[in-house]
Design a protein around this ligand. Structure first.
Ligand code: NAD
Length: 315
């Protein structure tokens, strides 16, 4: 039975990954400091093949038992979190990735790091293929996240080239599903929370900026396919269906049957104008493509989460 270590395993994506790895018969060791994740995300897991440990990966950490796969998902991920924790975010991407890669090296495990479409910054190429090097502002407020992830990619490739570690890099595009936090500031949980309460839906700028939204089950399937390939260079995993933020707000209103109106707020600094993955590589290499379109994904999110969890505690 393979053993998988998942850093950030109590977070949104990490907990879904733990679920799927367990469903496929693996043993899972979940490492998390619960900074943005929570025990609630993993409390439903009832198997002795699952163990969690409260660890801050910024500090060196060790695991005594054999490990076959390391999924490195720990990092603040939503703008609200990384703008609140700028130094922590840089340290997770640097020290945290060093420590986790060191562990993969010691255990001769395959290492898969969760990178992001943010490595493309405000892209000048559209859609974004893996060969595009990006257009990132290193000194803007978002730079702490974008550059931490770019550094983590550089480090991953260096461990692979110099130390022979079996590594993979998944560039994740916006993903949504149950267990997103209602106040994490990302568009889908924010719009769902507002729509379910018939409150105004807050769209940044004029809402013409685009994003592509991948349902979490599709993403996790792609990540596991990548972990089973022998591929080392970055691979985009995301849904290439592209929507303006205004279209997203309208779709959320439609799916929830909400009476919300749409209001407009100032655009955040360095907010990318467009975002859409080129998934040719993932399709050719892994035979992967997303299956769940936006409306269906929103319906599943509503169903799996329940309204109470999507609204969250009152503020
Ligand atoms: P999340 O905030 O829900 O999960 C991150 C987890 O990492 C949390 O459980 C948090 O407590 C943990 N963590 C943070 N710092 C830590 C530390 N120092 N030590 C141990 N644990 C720590 O975010 P998410 O959306 O699940 O993102 C998971 C990963 O996927 C992140 O690396 C993120 O950058 C990447 N990603 C996510 C998306 C997305 O759309 N959700 C898009 C691109 C990339």
């Amino acid at each position: 039975m393979p053993t998988c270590l998942v850093t950030g395993g109590a977070g949104f994506l990490g907990s879904h990954l733990c679920d799927e790895l367990l469903a496929r018969g693996n043993r899972v060791l979940c490492i998390d400091n619960f900074e943005t994740g929570s025990l609630e995300n993993i409390e439903h897991i009832r198997t002795d093949r699952f163990v969690y440990r409260q660890v801050d990966i910024i500090e060196p950490y060790y695991v005594d038992e054999p490990i076959d796969f390391v999924y490195h998902f720990a990092s603040p991920a939503s703008p609200i979190d990384y703008l609140r924790l700028p130094l922590h975010t840089l340290k997770v991407g640097s020290y945290g990735t060093h420590h986790t890669l060191g562990l993969a090296k010691k255990h001769r495990a395959r290492f898969i790091t969760a990178s992001t479409s943010e490595v493309y910054g405000d892209p000048q190429v559209h859609p974004q293929p893996e060969t595009y090097w990006g257009h990132v502002n290193p000194i803007g407020p978002r730079g702490v996240y974008d550059e931490a992830k770019r550094y983590a990619e550089a480090l991953t490739m260096a461990y692979h080239r110099q130390q022979g570690v079996d590594t993979a890099i998944v560039r994740i595009f916006n993903t949504f599903g149950a267990r997103m936090r209602p106040y994490d500031g990302r568009a889908i949980p924010t719009f769902l929370r507002q729509a379910l309460q018939d409150r105004p839906i807050t769209v940044f700028g004029d809402g013409s900026q685009t994003r592509s939204f991948c349902y979490v089950d599709d993403l996790i399937r792609g990540i596991i396919a990548l972990s089973q390939s022998g591929y080392h260079d970055p691979v985009n995993i995301g849904n290439p269906d592209e929507f303006t933020l205004l279209e997203l707000a309208e779709t959320v209103i439609e799916v929830t049957g909400s009476k919300s109106e749409i209001v407009y707020e100032a655009l955040p600094t360095d907010d990318p104008q467009v975002r859409r993955p080129d998934i040719t590589l993932a399709t050719e290499l892994l035979g992967w493509k997303p299956e769940v379109e936006l409306r269906e994904g929103l319906r599943r999110t509503l169903q799996e989460s329940g309204e109470e969890a999507l609204i969250g505690p009152s503020r």
